[in-house]
Design a protein around this ligand. Sequence first.
Ligand SMILES: Cc1cc2nc3c(=O)[nH]c(=O)nc-3n(C[C@H](O)[C@H](O)[C@H](O)COP(=O)(O)OP(=O)(O)OC[C@H]3O[C@@H](n4cnc5c(N)ncnc54)[C@H](O)[C@@H]3O)c2cc1C
Ligand code: FES
Length: 344
Amino acid sequence: MSNPVSYLITNVYNGTSFYCQDGESVIDAALREQRIYPYGCRNGSCGACKTMLLSGEIDYGIYAEHALTENERQRGQVLLCQARPLSDIEIDVRELRSGKDIRIRMMPCRVIRLDPVAQDVVLMSLALPKGQDFNYLPGQYIDIVLKDGQRRSFSVANLPDEASEKGLELHVRRVPDGRFTPRIFDGLRLRDLLRFEGPFGTYFFKSDSGSKLLMIAGGTGFAPIKALIKQALNEHPEIRIHLFWGARNEQDLYMNDWIRNLQKTHSGLDYTPVLSEEWPDHWQGETGFVHEAACLHYDSFAEFDVYASGPPIMIESVRSSLLERGMNPDQFYFDSFEFAPQST
Ligand SMILES: Cc1cc2nc3c(=O)[nH]c(=O)nc-3n(C[C@H](O)[C@H](O)[C@H](O)COP(=O)(O)OP(=O)(O)OC[C@H]3O[C@@H](n4cnc5c(N)ncnc54)[C@H](O)[C@@H]3O)c2cc1C
Ligand code: FES
């Protein structure tokens, strides 16, 4: 019997190497080896896993043009979530903190909370099987696995110790005519069973107590930001954070009170809500797009660690406008809520 083919991946950044099986993506092989390289959507849409290929042959896979342009590909860049080696390869990628304590698992879970908090947003909590712990880093996401094997990603909005008591908190926006989210609003009941795999993603806290944080959320992009803020304030109560939360209308700022309460005990937390479509006469906050509001407040973003999550168009607008004002690209962390690729 012949041995299955595998290829050696060498990361010249830190001189480490591991094997990738035939047909496996580099990110999947790295995760299996508990090596954490930057990545987000895992479907070739967000560009978070873009890396230099220094030598060797790969199958580039299927990806969106905006995630890897032809020009970038010509310059030797690849998307590691799609790249499948066809020979031994060398890459140059900054490895993040060890994920040794984070194990990706497939788990059943039970729906224990379904709270409509805005016209098309529901807060859903998922209880884990008794006696099983599920470890993750605040800011990471899980994939709910549908009956036909398709997946939908949702960010976890609470901290691991809260989740072990009250379940994993997810903030779900209804996508009209979507395959999965309308079911949550119209069909799903308390105590129903679901299956998920996770945790995934490298959108976790990377700053220290002296950092100045700018956090930008669009709609339910607030979910991972909520977990990141809680972690940041737990670990560094004096840290300075300016949160901008963009939504279409006032109702969509479904956790306004939660933020205002947190501000009472943390004077370093600034909050600017931003409404883009409608606002009441009494509205005191900003209006327009959330990245524009951030630019009204700051001439330069050079000093900030920037965390942004929400729809892809918002992430791109934040990236380009803040880069123009001095944001350090190495201090820009984002989770782009890309659509699943094979939606039908
Ligand atoms: C890393 C990551 C984290 C995510 N976290 C969250 C989260 O915390 N909360 C959350 O609500 N969503 C989140 N998403 C998005 C989520 O995974 C689904 O894509 C979304 O809920 C749609 O699922 P669906 O099956 O209802 O729609 P689909 O069947 O996938 O979509 C049907 C069609 O609707 C359109 N569409 C899909 N999504 C949108 C959209 N957002 N806006 C406009 N048009 C759309 C597309 O054309 C798509 O083909 C995340 C995505 C990623 C990649
Ligand atoms: S494009 Fe690879 S993780 Fe999003």
